[in-house]
Design a protein around this ligand. Structure first.
Ligand code: NAP
Length: 485
């Protein structure tokens, strides 16, 4: 209870109502639960969640009902009880004291196939508030959940998807039509997928999300580490746009895009591993997509999805900056890695007439990429690394080596910098990798991955909104990136 008071002092300003999960209290603290409604002006929901519903109440059911019956007259505004609970004395005590009943379904393993019917028949009397907290485990589940929102659109209800696949349904409560969205203090994570009140309100501007709000996001797997929500939401806020940008965990590109169309989502950044998988879903691809052979940005157009690729320009912009604002000509360059990011880098370098050597752990991936763009390749072994000396005006590191939490890893520990190379590392977490530090120490000019991250995101922002990302805000977003690095 002491910790609850501290949380209330720190985060109460963000909340419109509180939920006291008495199942989480130690047994000796349970009598003190009655004090909470008296120490806050906010309405309080009373809930004692059973283990089977994702809670920690493991006592007898009769004990739980007796405890709730004692507590409910102490000023609680809502009582959360389950679909299968039959406790007439508890319920009539709640109703007679003006406490509204939330009648809930919790599914901690999936999305019930009969969710619409169950929601429609959940309330036992007209004033009850139906609630379903379910667990989408795939993009297909998310699509069914979004369809459920549409099927029960006019109904006052609490409906949300737990876990990472369901995260968007929490932030979009005001758009999709859910009475509330739960949030818990950092570190508490009272249910899978909760975000803390500060992130919810300050980053996602939860309280501004309404039916008219346009939805954007990044689809990827994994995606939770993405900096893009911070960058885009900061831009939307600076320009006062009625828009929100979310991370979407997408296990299957076509399934996810169908779910996105139902929300509907207006624009998507596309990241690992979907940049090529979305190509067949585009009705229009621009020259950047065709040149790179991958799409990292899509927007909904009048005839379907339109795609572009901002990675190539995002890579070239900071490179030009490092070369005094002009496109470097006829570079001899090494690209380490042959994945999705390397594809945009090689495409960009070839477009500037560079001679490129691609080095990769799996030599076949390097030779496939090299053949596509008419450049040369090797494995990332001693023989390959020894070839760098012939291609070292620029070295671009595009593998995930050196990325948090493996900060000390170096993709080519055997290579000695001459000090004349320009060294570009696409990894942006940490903001300066061990590889870049070693290059800087040898006297090389270095370009950290955060620059490309920001450049490609700002180009996406303009593609999505038709507006320039505000310059001062870009600097702030960059600093917040470094802070979060
Ligand atoms: P990807 O398509 O999965 O490719 C990963 C690449 O890293 C492959 O070439 C892979 O080699 C190589 N690799 C992975 N682990 C390795 C290891 N232990 N040793 C040697 N090579 C290894 O991923 P991606 O989309 O290209 O992303 C790669 C990195 O670039 C990530 O850190 C990502 O965050 C970063 N990135 C940054 C930006 C930016 O804007 N700054 C944009 C895009 C990506 P194999 O072929 O042998 O598997």
């Amino acid at each position: 209870m002491e910790r609850n008071r501290e949380i209330l002092a720190e985060y109460g300003g963000y909340a419109d109502l509180l939920e006291l999960r008495v199942d989480c209290l130690r047994a000796e603290e349970r009598p003190a639960a009655a004090e909470l409604p008296g120490v806050t002006k906010l309405p309080v929901i009373l809930a004692a969640r059973r283990v089977s519903d994702g809670g920690v109440w493991d006592g007898a059911e009769s004990e739980r009902i007796a405890y709730l019956t004692r507590l409910v007259p102490r000023g609680f505004a809502y009582l959360d009880v389950e679909e299968d609970l039959y406790a007439p004395a508890l319920e009539s005590k709640a109703r007679s004291g003006g406490c509204r009943i939330i009648r809930s379904i919790h599914d901690t393993v999936g999305v019930p196939t009969d969710l619409v019917q169950r929601l429609e028949s959940l309330a036992r009397v007209p004033d009850e508030l139906p609630k379903a907290a379910v667990t989408p485990r795939s993009s297909a589940d998310l699509r069914r959940l979004i369809a459920t929102f549409h099927s029960v659109q006019g109904m006052e209800k609490i409906l949300l998807g737990m876990g990472e696949h369901g995260f968007c349904t929490r932030v979009l409560a005001g758009k999709l039509g859910s009475f509330l969205c739960y949030s818990s203090a950092p570190g508490l994570n009272a249910a899978p997928g909760h975000t803390d009140p500060r992130t919810l309100c300050d980053v996602y501007r939860f309280k501004n999300v309404r039916q008219s709000t346009e939805v954007f996001g990044v689809m990827g797997n994994p995606v939770s580490h993405s900096m893009s929500p911070r960058i885009h939401n900061t831009g939307f806020a600076a320009l006062d746009l009625d828009a929100v940008y979310l991370p979407f965990l997408a296990d299957d590109a076509p399934e996810f895009v169908r779910a996105a169309e139902l929300i509907p989502v207006r624009g998507l950044s596309v990241t690992i591993p979907h940049k090529r998988a979305v190509l067949p879903l585009l009705s229009i691809s621009d020259s950047a997509v065709r040149h790179v052979g991958a799409c990292n940005t899509m927007k909904a157009g009048p005839h379907g999805w339109e795609g572009t690729n901002t990675d190539m320009e995002g890579f070239l912009g900071p490179l030009r900056h490092a070369f005094g604002g002009t496109t470097p000509q006829r570079l001899r360059a090494t690209v380490i890695g042959a994945g999705g990011a390397a594809r945009a880098v090689v495409a960009g370098l070839v477009s500037c007439g560079a001679d490129v050597l691609v080095l990769n752990r799996t030599p076949e991936h390097a030779s496939e990429l090299a053949a596509e763009f008419g450049v040369t390749s090797s494995g990332l072994d001693d023989a390959g690394v020894s070839r760098i000396t012939g291609y070292r005006d620029l070295i671009v590191q595009t593998t995930s080596v050196g990325m948090e939490p493996n900060d000390s890893d170096d993709p080519v520990p055997g290579y000695e910098f001459s000090g004349r190379e320009v060294v570009y590392d696409l990894v942006y977490k940490p903001p300066v990798t061990a590889f870049l530090s070693r290059a800087a120490l040898a006297g090389c000019r270095t370009i950290p991955g955060g620059r490309m991250l920001l450049a490609q995101a700002l180009a996406q922002f303009t593609y999505f909104t038709g507006r320039e990302y505000p310059r001062e805000t870009a600097q702030k977003a960059m600093l917040s990136h470094a802070d979060n690095g």
